[in-house]
Design a protein. Structure first.
Length: 249
């Protein structure tokens, strides 16, 4: 039988306590710098190279999802249209109540870039058997849902959403109800969205509490092209081009 000498073991354990205390104090004092050194080799060159590798690369296109609600039982989506605008101007504000202000915004441009409708040629009809497949809860820009037919463009997907541009999503239901949502794409690809109602011409009533910078042009990152110079209609200067959010029409 082997007999272990426990006295030296206790001594070694006691010696570990000062080391543990010193390590704890070092972590508390140095904080994040210590944590960073534990997960790296002590050389930040690789981290800097990884960050620099992304510089100059084009940013991914923004993504817009629009939720759709139905007030009438058995209702369904009949048609969806997306209209692109290049600038915006707030022309009036109306106090809806103590905490909500509606704004009338006039947009510049107005080009339909994506449109699709329900394909009634498939089994059943929108209001009959199989109507549930037309009752979409949401749509994602540029992704064609099943059982629908694309009208604009005639072929291929629509153009990507442009940073600095404005879009109106028009949702038409089989019941005849139509709703609108206005979207502004910010420089980082995020979205500002407001429920809207059409007014005269290219004007819409936006609800509610539109931010003060909504009509202001967006300063685009250097890694992306200026949407104003590339996509603005001829005869319109880049300064006239518009400078970001899901909602429920």
């Amino acid at each position: 039988m082997r007999i272990l000498d426990r006295a030296p073991l206790r001594g070694r354990r006691l010696l570990r306590w000062p080391v543990a205390l010193l390590l704890t104090l070092a972590l508390a004092v140095q904080g994040c710098s210590v944590v960073k050194s534990l997960w790296s080799s002590g050389d930040d060159t690789d981290l800097d190279d990884a960050a620099n590798a992304n510089e100059g690369e084009p940013l991914p296109p923004p993504v817009a999802n629009v939720a759709i609600s139905y007030r009438r039982p058995g209702d369904a989506l009949a048609r969806a249209t997306v209209i692109k605008f290049f600038g915006a101007e707030v022309i009036a504000n109306h106090q809806r109540d103590a905490s909500h202000t509606e704004s009338v915004v006039r947009f510049d441009g107005g080009v339909p870039i994506w449109e699709f409708k329900a394909d009634e040629g498939t089994f059943g009809s929108i209001t009959g058997v199989g109507a549930a497949k037309y009752t979409l809860k949401s749509i994602e820009y540029a992704k064609m849902p099943a059982h629908f037919t694309q009208i604009i463009p005639e072929e291929g997907p629509p153009e990507p959403l442009d940073r600095g541009a404005y879009y109106v999503f028009q949702i038409e239901r089989q019941s005849g109800s139509t709703s609108y949502q206005t979207v502004k794409v910010l420089a980082d690809g995020s979205l500002q969205a407001y429920n809207a109602q059409p007014r005269a011409g290219s004007s819409y009533m936006l609800c509610c509490n539109v931010t003060s910078d909504f009509p202001e042009p967006v300063i685009l990152p250097e890694t992306t092209q200026d949407t104003g110079t590339e996509n603005a209609p001829s005869g319109e200067s880049p300064d006239q081009s518009g400078a970001s959010a899901s909602g429920t029409p």
